[in-house]
Design a protein around this ligand. Structure first.
Ligand code: HEC
Ligand code: HEC
Ligand code: HEC
Ligand code: HEC
Ligand code: HEC
Ligand code: HEC
Ligand code: HEC
Ligand code: HEC
Ligand code: HEC
Ligand code: HEC
Length: 332
């Protein structure tokens, strides 16, 4: 019965293999289950089948990706003294997933468990999910509800853990990263009046959190004004005489990034003010009040004569509010 014998032989060989394999698996097990943390059920995690694949020792990565291993050692992710880092868990495989098959196959793209580059089969959400296993708190806490996530961006559209830029950004200077998509803002900050972002005095992320916020426009404040007061505290008041649009929203009169009009204004002064103060008021109808009319005081006469030629702030410098006892008209 040669066939049977063969069969037995094979059975014995495969049994031997199975024993070896399970020994290997047992050897790796503590490491694997440590981060699987109770997600043992295979059925439930069918999409994340990578969890059940074999890990390879990091030394094997060195053979073919030495540069990557060295470089990561210089970053926070590569700090094995910090138990929260990828390095303290499965090194490279904390992000790329178990790569035993990749090593066995002698490398190659097909066997890579989780790739993040342009031709990666993972969706944006799946890519981000990998980072979120460790970065679900702090500044990233609201990621899933953010505008950027909603528009299909992944963490890896802005970050590459393999580069040595600050925060692993995909540009050396933060604003240049943003400008790859936000060209309108790039144009704004070149205008004559602009927030000193180009000059490096403030950054986009002084005002925005690209990971998502509770406030409007990704602003890291609940209201626009709260953000402005952080650096322009003197505009907060409280004022004896408040100017309503100022209290409501600074961007009624100012553009946040840049403007061709002085002081970041949305329009030139008389037109700006006249967009609300029209009709019977002195500047828009300069000749309707006769300065000779009884009851017209000297101030009104002065306004009458000069308002035609001047910006409104020449006489109303306290447009942001006044604490002067006679500051009702923001003249002081
Ligand atoms: C025997 C050599 C070899 C070993 C060992 C090896 N790799 Fe690779 N790896 C390759 C080759 C070749 C490629 C394909 C490169 C290409 O086509 O651009 C690759 C590709 C990759 C990619 C690319 C994914 C993408 O975006 O395309 C990752 C990630 C990767 N390897 C991680 C690892 C990790 C982690 C280890 C250690 C567990 C490892 N490799 C061990 C040779 C190897
Ligand atoms: C913190 C998560 C993370 C860790 C840890 C990590 N990688 Fe990557 N890796 C990425 C991301 C994200 C990309 C895609 C970068 C891109 O192209 O935008 C990538 C891309 C790659 C690529 C292909 C693209 C390229 O630059 O050649 C290789 C190869 C690679 N990683 C190998 C490794 C090796 C080896 C290690 C261990 C030293 C490692 N990775 C550790 C996240 C990680
Ligand atoms: C296994 C956990 C883990 C994973 C997975 C992970 N990180 Fe990290 N990451 C850390 C830890 C820990 C730090 C250091 C935090 C600190 O020092 O406060 C860090 C730091 C960072 C930093 C700041 C680096 C610096 O120099 O300041 C960035 C950016 C970052 N991670 C992005 C990513 C991205 C993008 C991914 C997914 C591709 C990712 N991380 C995946 C744990 C992780
Ligand atoms: C639109 C671009 C963009 C996207 C998308 C993005 N980031 Fe960031 N990230 C930045 C910028 C810019 C900084 C530096 C400014 C700062 O510290 O807030 C940063 C800083 C960080 C830091 C270091 C600062 C900190 O929080 O301690 C970590 C960690 C980080 N990002 C993780 C992530 C993760 C995880 C994702 C995906 C969930 C992600 N980022 C998506 C642009 C982005
Ligand atoms: C001084 C605070 C501040 C800084 C710095 C800042 N922004 Fe803004 N940004 C705002 C405010 C406030 C709004 C909402 C304005 C509005 O409603 O017109 C806004 C709106 C936006 C918008 C949506 C509207 C639009 O103009 O397309 C984008 C995109 C944007 N900012 C990107 C950026 C980028 C990129 C940078 C860095 C180059 C940056 N911001 C720097 C305060 C700021
Ligand atoms: C890969 C492209 C990309 C990059 C890089 C990017 N963004 Fe965005 N951002 C978008 C898209 C898409 C939207 C959705 C609104 C739109 O279409 O303008 C958006 C929206 C925003 C908004 C909200 C606009 C609103 O009207 O509420 C702000 C603020 C913003 N981005 C700031 C930034 C900042 C700051 C950076 C750099 C740290 C950055 N973005 C980098 C693609 C990008
Ligand atoms: C992170 C700090 C910061 C925040 C937040 C901030 N600013 Fe500024 N702002 C500056 C700096 C710095 C200057 C330049 C001052 C200088 O050159 O003396 C400036 C200048 C200005 C100017 C004068 C511009 C000129 O051409 O002289 C206006 C107007 C202004 N900011 C309005 C705002 C408004 C409105 C907000 C809220 C949307 C705001 N700022 C939020 C830092 C900030
Ligand atoms: C009703 C329109 C209006 C509103 C609303 C407004 N501003 Fe202004 N702002 C002006 C005008 C006009 C100037 C130019 C004054 C001048 O001629 O010097 C100015 C100038 C400034 C300047 C530069 C000169 C200075 O006074 O320091 C800053 C900073 C500023 N505004 C911040 C703010 C902030 C912060 C808010 C919201 C709390 C705000 N503005 C709301 C009209 C407005
Ligand atoms: C978005 C609309 C708006 C803009 C723009 C605006 N204002 Fe006003 N302003 C108001 C409102 C509303 C009041 C309060 C009127 C009231 O209480 O009857 C007011 C009150 C005033 C007052 C006090 C008048 C009074 O009767 O108490 C003066 C003076 C004034 N604004 C000047 C200006 C100047 C100068 C500018 C341009 C720098 C300007 N305003 C831009 C809406 C605006
Ligand atoms: C030459 C100085 C001068 C200029 C320029 C000027 N104003 Fe006046 N404005 C005054 C004086 C003075 C008063 C107070 C009049 C009073 O006591 O009744 C006043 C009052 C006002 C009032 C309150 C009027 C009311 O009847 O409630 C408003 C609103 C106002 N100015 C808006 C403007 C606007 C808008 C501009 C620019 C288009 C402007 N002013 C330009 C001097 C001026």
């Amino acid at each position: 019965m040669p066939i049977m014998e063969h069969g037995f032989k094979w059975a014995r060989v495969s049994l031997g293999l199975a024993v070896c394999l399970s020994a290997l698996l047992l050897y790796m097990r503590p490491v694997v289950s440590e981060d699987a943390g109770g997600h043992e059920e295979h059925g439930e995690k069918s999409e994340k089948s990578w969890e059940s694949k074999p890990y390879a020792p990091v030394e094997s990565c060195v053979d073919c990706h030495e540069d990557k291993v060295k470089q990561m050692g210089l970053t926070k992710h590569g700090n094995k003294m910090d138990p929260r880092t990828p390095w303290a868990k499965h090194e490279c495989q904390s992000c790329h997933g178990p790569m035993g098959e990749h090593v066995d196959a002698g490398g190659g793209k097909e066997t890579v468990n989780r790739a993040f580059g342009k031709d990666s089969p993972l969706s944006a959400e799946e890519k981000s999910e990998v980072c979120l296993t460790c970065h679900e708190k702090g500044k990233q806490a609201l990621w899933k509800r953010s505008i950027h996530a909603g528009k299909g961006l992944a963490c890896t559209d802005c970050h590459n853990p393999h580069n040595s830029n600050p925060r692993h950004l995909k540009a050396e200077v933060e604003m240049n990263l943003c400008f790859t998509c936000h060209t309108d803002v790039k144009n704004d900050i070149k205008k004559t009046s602009h927030h000193p972002i180009r000059e490096g005095k403030i950054t986009c992320t002084n005002c925005h959190n690209p990971h998502g916020t509770l406030g409007p426009h990704n602003l890291s404040a609940l209201r626009v004004n709260e953000k402005c007061y952080e650096c322009h505290a003197e505009k907060r008041g409280p004022f004896l005489y408040e100017h309503r649009p100022v209290v409501e929203d600074c961007t009624i009169c100012h553009r946040p990034h840049g403007s061709s009009h002085m002081k970041l204004l949305v329009r030139k002064s008389p037109y700006l003010c006249n967009s609300c103060h029209t009709g019977s008021q002195h500047r828009s109808q300069p000749r309707t009040i006769n300065p000779a009319t009884p009851g017209t005081n000297s101030w009104q006469r002065l306004a009458q004569i000069q308002a035609v030629y001047k910006g409104c702030q020449n006489c109303h410098p306290a447009v942001h509010g006044s604490n002067h006892a006679s500051g009702k008209y923001f003249l002081r």
